[in-house]
Design a protein around this ligand. Structure first.
Ligand code: NI
Ligand code: MN
Length: 313
C-alpha cells in the first residue's frame, strides 16, 4: 500500500513518499504529520514537539508508525481511517468579528467591537491579533482594526484599496490581495474570494470590491464569506477544498439570510457553520432557535456563540 507522508516544519512543507512494506524513513525535526494513503486524508492531531532532540523525534515517529500499522492493518477496519483531527479554536467577538487560532497565530476577522452594544462584554483593548483580515470597507467590519493593529503590530490583510487606506493612516504593516489571489503567510495560505456586496470606506473613499477569505493551514481549512449574497462561485470552493467550518453571514437584509446560508453551506460542502452578521441591528434580527432548527433539518450544525465565547472546530 502506498502512503504519502507530508511533514511540515516552520521553514515550509516537504513530502516524502514511502512504502509500508519497505519501512519508513526516520524523520527528524518534524512538527506535524499529514498522512494521505490513496483516497484517504487525515491529520494527526497529536503534536510532536519539534527539534528538542533527534532521539525524541525518532521515538515519536516510531510510535506514530506503530499506530499507523495498527489502524491500516486492523482486520476490523471499515473503509475510511478515523483518527481524530486537530481542533481549531475560534472565538466570536460579535457581529462579523471572530478570531481563529491557526498554526499558533491569531487571525482576527472584521473587528467591529467598540461600536457594538451586543459585544460590550468584550474589551477591544485586550483582543489579540497577529493578522487582521478585513473583508470590505464598511465600518461594521473595520471600526476597531486601526487601534488593534497599532496595539498588537498585527499585519492587515485585505483588498488593495483598503490596505492603501490604512497605509495613509500610518499603518504600513499591510498585505494587499485581490480576487482569486492567495499568499502563503507564516500561518498558512489566505486567498481572497468573491463576495457580492458593496465596499465604501467610512470616509466615503472607494473601498475596492468586497470579498471573503479561504484559509488553508496545517490545522485545517475554513471559509469566511464576508458580507455577501448567495453566489454560484461558492460551488468552486466546495469543489476544491475540504473545510473544517464555514463562517457565514445569516442575518438577511444586507446579506444572506438563513435559507441562503444553508444553500451556501451546501455549495461549499461544509456542515459546520459559524453564524455571523445577525442581531446587531434591528433589520438583521433573527430567531436563533428557529435558525438552528432549520440548519439541523438540512443536516448541518449552526453555531451561534455569545460575544467572547469560543468553540473548537
Ligand atoms: Ni457590509
Ligand atoms: Mn456588514
Amino acid at each position: 500500500m502506498s502512503l504519502t507522508i507530508r511533514y511540515i516544519r516552520s521553514s515550509g512543507p516537504a513530502s516524502i513518499r514511502s512504502d509500508l512494506d519497505s519501512g519508513l524513513s526516520i524523520l527528524t525535526g518534524f512538527r506535524r504529520l499529514v498522512l494521505v494513503p490513496s483516497e484517504i486524508s487525515m491529520h494527526m492531531s497529536e503534536e510532536i514537539r519539534p527539534r528538542r532532540t533527534t532521539l525524541l523525534s525518532a521515538a515519536g515517529f516510531l510510535v506514530l508508525q506503530r499506530l499507523l500499522f495498527c489502524v491500516i492493518c486492523s482486520p476490523r477496519r471499515s473503509g475510511r481511517l478515523k483518527i481524530e483531527e486537530g481542533r481549531m479554536k475560534v472565538t466570536y467577538y460579535g457581529h462579523a468579528c471572530f478570531a481563529a487560532e491557526v498554526s499558533n497565530r491569531t487571525l482576527l476577522f472584521d473587528p467591529f467591537i467598540s461600536g457594538n452594544e451586543l459585544a460590550r462584554a468584550v474589551d477591544p483593548k485586550k483582543v489579540p491579533a497577529d493578522f487582521i483580515l478585513i473583508s470590505h470597507g464598511h465600518a461594521d467590519h473595520l471600526a476597531d482594526a486601526g487601534d488593534i493593529a497599532k496595539r498588537t503590530g498585527a499585519i492587515i490583510i485585505s483588498n488593495y484599496e483598503i490596505t492603501q487606506w490604512f497605509g495613509r493612516m500610518g499603518l504600513q504593516k499591510t498585505h494587499p490581495l485581490n480576487h482569486g489571489g492567495g499568499y502563503r503567510f507564516n500561518f498558512g495560505r489566505a486567498k481572497f474570494v468573491n463576495a457580492i456586496h458593496s465596499s465604501s470606506l467610512p470616509d466615503g473613499v472607494y473601498g475596492g470590491n468586497p470579498g471573503g477569505f479561504i484559509i488553508e493551514s496545517a490545522d485545517g481549512n475554513f471559509y469566511y464569506s464576508g458580507d455577501t449574497a448567495l453566489t454560484m462561485d461558492m460551488k468552486l470552493i466546495g469543489e476544491s477544498i475540504d473545510l473544517k467550518f464555514a463562517a457565514l453571514c445569516i442575518g438577511d437584509n444586507f446579506t444572506m439570510g438563513i435559507e441562503d446560508a444553508i444553500r451556501a453551506a451546501d455549495f461549499v460542502r461544509c456542515r459546520e457553520v459559524l453564524g455571523l452578521h445577525y442581531n446587531t441591528f434591528p433589520p438583521i434580527h433573527i430567531d436563533e432557535q428557529a435558525a438552528m432548527e432549520q440548519f439541523k433539518a438540512a443536516h448541518k450544525n449552526l453555531h451561534l456563540l455569545l460575544p467572547g465565547e469560543s468553540h473548537n472546530f
